[in-house]
Ligand binder design. Structure first.
Ligand code: 13P
Ligand code: SF4
Length: 306
């Protein structure tokens, strides 16, 4: 309609005025993904942020994504359309947990930190990982002992695939993926017996045991596209449906009611994208005391994943 068209035109004008580029995660609302210059998973967005010519990056996603873009590009302006959108798992690890492991294992310990973490948590760590590169990076670390923070589900998934390492888990998790009901998933499978099950590694062990494919949001989308199946049960936040339908218009996708959405990602609207471009509010600032070490963990991730 005319209002939506006006909003898109306003965003296009503001982007030019500010020399800005819009990045969006696959979990945000369809209209935000449609208006973005680039859409992707957490790893893609972090990697991309270092190669963009624009002076301002609008990160349509949650706080840790904006912080990662800022850490990797200290001289750029990074704007979050909704600075209050924060991944709860980013905070789910205590400093004592890291200190105790360092004390116990000394130099033969690496602290691997899921990118879904605060700048401070990253600064306690040695290397960052995302769902799409965690197995590769952890398997290549020179240390034998690896403390994996904050996500116990991704940590357990990695531990199963890198059996020669001693992986120490921490008790954080994504409250949304943790909520997926196993009964509901089994019911959905019974209703759609030909459907392939695609799940995010933030799901519990019991849910992942039901999956045909496990991977990051980008992996789930690529798996659906590459598969010769026509129907899929997708076990992650519903936002991925936009890209799934765009790439696979003739395939059918089913979701469990739990977790239909990520409340934090849902707070990011197209109006807020326009507003941050207009006002410059929502600028990401990182703690200068934690930033250098936190940046190093992201630089290492990009090196390992290259
Ligand atoms: P991806 O890295 O798979 O995009 O996941 C990010 C996330 O927050 C999953 O809940
Ligand atoms: Fe965080 Fe979970 Fe939302 Fe991903 S889905 S941003 S892990 S709360």
């Amino acid at each position: 309609d005319a209002d939506a068209q006006n909003l898109l035109e306003r965003i296009a004008r503001l982007k030019q005025d500010r020399d800005a580029v819009i990045l969006a995660h696959y979990y945000v609302a369809p209209e935000v993904q449609a208006a973005a210059d680039y859409v992707g998973d957490s790893f893609y967005l972090a990697k991309l942020a270092v190669s963009l010519p624009q002076q301002t990056i609008v990160l349509s996603g949650v706080e840790f994504m904006g912080e990662s873009a800022k850490l990797l590009n200290p001289s750029k302006t990074v704007l979050l359309p909704e600075p209050a959108a924060d991944c709860p798992m980013a905070h789910m690890v205590k400093r004592e947990t890291v200190e105790a492991a360092r004390e116990r294992y000394g130099d033969d310990l690496a602290v691997a930190c899921y990118v879904n973490s605060t700048v401070e948590v990253k600064s306690w760590s040695d290397v960052c990982v995302t769902s799409s590169n965690a197995v590769k990076i952890v398997s290549e670390l020179p240390q034998h002992h690896v403390l994996f923070i904050p996500d116990r589900n991704l940590g357990r998934y990695v531990a199963e695939r890198v059996p020669d390492k001693h992986i120490i888990l921490n008790q954080g998790c994504c409250p949304r993926h943790e909520e997926v009901s196993l009964d509901e998933l089994r019911e959905l499978k019974a209703q759609h017996p030909a459907a392939r099950v695609l799940a995010h590694p933030e799901c519990t062990e019991q849910v992942l045991a039901e999956a045909d494919y496990i991977g990051a949001t980008s992996g789930i989308i690529a798996a659906a596209e590459a598969s010769d199946a026509d129907e899929f049960i997708v076990v992650t936040v519903r936002g991925v449906l936009y890209e799934l339908q765009r790439r696979c218009p003739s395939k059918r996708f089913y979701f469990t009611h739990t977790p239909p959405t990520c409340r934090d990602m849902d707070m990011v609207t197209l109006e807020k994208v326009a507003a941050c471009l207009e006002t410059g509010l929502g600028e990401v600032a990182v703690d200068p005391a934690a930033a250098p070490q936190a940046k190093l963990t992201l630089d290492r991730m990009l090196e390992y994943a290259a």
